[in-house]
Structures are given as C-alpha cells and as structure tokens.
Ligand binder design. Structure first.
Ligand code: PEP
Ligand code: MN
Length: 348
C-alpha cells in the first residue's frame, strides 16, 4: 500500500499518517518525491485498510502496490533514481562507464589500467580484491591489499572505485575502502549479504544471478532497500542458457522490462556475459541501444597475463573504440520515444 500525500500536506499530517501506520504494527517508509511525499506501508501480513488511511488529513489517495517488490517499484516512485558517487551521476539521463581489470593484481597493474580507461572515458574504476572463483586453486584476489590499491587509484585518478564484497564478513572492509559495494551474480540471493548491504552507507551494485528471473533480481534489490539503503544500481550480466558460443547469454530484453518495473538504474556488463572479447563491443552497442544507464567493462593492458578473465578483457585500444562508438547510440536513445527523459515517458 502506498499512501500519497497532497502536494501541500503539512509535516504534521505526514507524521500523523506514519504514526497511524505504525500503530497498526506495520512499518511506514516515507518516499520523498519531487512533487509530493508518499508513504509506503511495509511488513503488513494481511490487507491494509485503505479507506481508513485515505481519510486522514493531508492524504490524497491510498493505492495498492500490485507488485511483490514495493520500494523498488515504479508504483512507489515514478521518477528515475539518480545516484551520485564521488561526483559521478548514475541513472536517468546520465550514462556511466565503469571499467578496469577483473582483479586487482598489483599497484602498477591497477594504476596503469586506470590511467588508460580514464583517458578513454571511464568515470568509475572497477577491480576485484575478493574474487569469487569457480576453482579454489585459482587466484582469489589480493584481499585488503587490493582494497588499499583501489584507494590509491581513487586518490591518483579521482575516479570512484567499485569492488565486490563476496560475503557478509568482508562488507565492513569493502565499505571502508570502496565507493560502491558490488554484490556478484553468485551472491544475488545471499540474503544475509543483502541485509548487510541494506545497512551500508555506500551505494550497492547488484548483479543479476546467472539463473535469476527479473522478479528475483528486483526482490533482491528490495532486501537492500528494505534495510534502509536506497542507493541500488542493478546490473544485467548475462544468464546461463544452452548456448556455448558465449559464456552466458546477455539478456538484452531485461533492460526495457527492468526500466518499466523499477526506478532504479540498470547497467550492463557485456564482459561476463560474453566471456570473450570479440563480442564485448557489439554487445555494448546493443545494450546502449536498449536503454541501459551504463556499462561495466573489463579492460587489461596485458590480458594474456591476466590472473583472471583475460580472454574477455578488452585491450585498452579496443576500450577506447568502444567509448567512441557508444556516444552517438546513447544520443539516439535519449531523443527517441523510449528515451529516459520524463517528457518522453509521459508520451508513451
Ligand atoms: C565481476 O564483476 O568481477 C564478477 C565476478 O562478475 P559476476 O558476479 O557477474 O560473475
Ligand atoms: Mn571477471
């Protein structure tokens, strides 16, 4: 249930509505909007008495939320969420490029790649310090040392950094060093990790599980928002199919669906979808054309020697090419009928 307040509702009216909701044993979560405040009713087990809430002073209407996810739904918030991190904007009319190696391997490796991707147009640096590897014998990441290197990259380049917290135990450390906490595909339904991320003071990049439906992705985001962290960025990174011409199958169709269902930004990771570098640029072009808010791309200056995901990492010159190619596609998308401006949305 969403209680929508009148534009000119007094703060006392809003508080009274919240009090009325809490007295019934539910949680009242205000959702400030540009035009008006709405209050989302959470944790109700049975139906909520809409007529009672609608009759309270200052209330415009009480409308049911028809989706299983509430805070992430467009019903709760019609306008796109824009997330600011270290001066970089993600969401709505902004296009954000995150790039870097799969794993931080050394200070020199990270700084070399960071300089190259920044020059090409990346705004945020990525690099794993804790790596979720299929094999326990594969490189697991540098751990805290990797986080320290990421902090150095930020200090030297000015780029905010995103890195994965592979489990609940490392979130404290990742939160301390990174600007965005990544939750990987394998952890999308690690509910204790999602709950901890909900308490974090940093934005969360939530990757779609390789066998997750869009509803499951949005419910995972709901866990984080329910915990109090409303800065969630979604990421489509390919799902497992019968195909073996690529590592995963990039679900391009997820982007317009997610954009319709939620106000949260969604970016695309073509690297983990493809698993091979020759598909990364074409998939990036397609992802921009269907309306994602940004890309996360793996880049390595010497992919043949990379400690993880070398075959899918772009050479810096290829990344440069990618950045050049997507600008005009984003411009076409922005001005199209399915574009992300509010004005365009209203005409749909
Ligand atoms: C990553 O981005 O480093 C990663 C491991 O990706 P995913 O969780 O999508 O496999
Ligand atoms: Mn990788």
């Amino acid at each position: 249930m969403l209680v929508v307040m009148n534009k000119n509702a007094a703060p006392a009216d809003i508080e009274a509505v919240m009090g009325a909701i809490e007295r019934k044993g539910y949680t009242a979560r205000p959702i400030p909007g540009g035009e008006r405040v709405a209050i989302c009713v959470l944790h109700n087990e049975g139906p909520v008495d809409a007529a009672y809430l609608a009759a309270l002073p200052g209330v415009k209407e009480a409308i049911p939320v028809t989706r299983p996810y509430k805070l992430v739904s467009r019903e709760a918030q019609a306008s796109d969420t824009v997330i600011e991190v270290g001066g970089v904007l993600i969401g709505n009319g902004h296009f954000t490029i995150m790039a870097g190696p799969c794993a931080v391997e050394s200070e020199q490796q990270a700084l070399t790649i960071a300089g190259m991707v920044k020059k090409a147009g990346a705004q945020i640096f990525r690099g794993g310090a804790f790596k979720p590897r299929t094999s326990p014998y594969a490189f697991q990441g540098l751990g805290e040392e990797g986080l320290r290197i990421l902090a150095k990259v930020r200090a030297e380049t000015g780029m905010p950094v995103v890195t994965e917290a592979i489990d609940h135990e490392v979130v404290d450390l990742v939160e301390e060093y990174a600007d965005i906490i990544q939750i990987g595909a394998r952890s999308m339904q690690n509910f204790s990790l999602l709950r901890r991320a909900g308490k974090a003071k940093k934005p969360v990049l939530l990757k779609r599980g390789m066998a997750a439906t869009i509803d499951e992705l949005l419910m995972a985001a709901e866990y984080i928002m329910e915990g109090g962290n409303d800065r969630v960025i979604l990421c489509e990174r390919g799902v497992r199919t019968f195909a073996h011409h690529s590592r995963n199958t990039l679900d391009i169709s997820a982007i317009p669906v997610v954009r319709k269902e939620t106000h949260l930004p969604i970016i695309v990771d073509p690297s983990h979808a493809a698993g091979r570098r020759d598909q990364v640029i074409p998939l990036s072009r397609a992802a921009v054309a269907v309306g994602c808010h940004g890309l996360m791309v793996e880049v390595h200056h010497a992919p043949e020697t990379a400690l993880s995901d070398g075959p899918q990492s772009l050479y810096p010159a290829q990344f440069d090419d990618l950045c050049r190619q997507i600008g005009p596609i984003f411009d076409v998308y922005k001005t199209s009928i399915n574009g992300c401006t509010e004005a365009a949305r209203k005409t749909l």
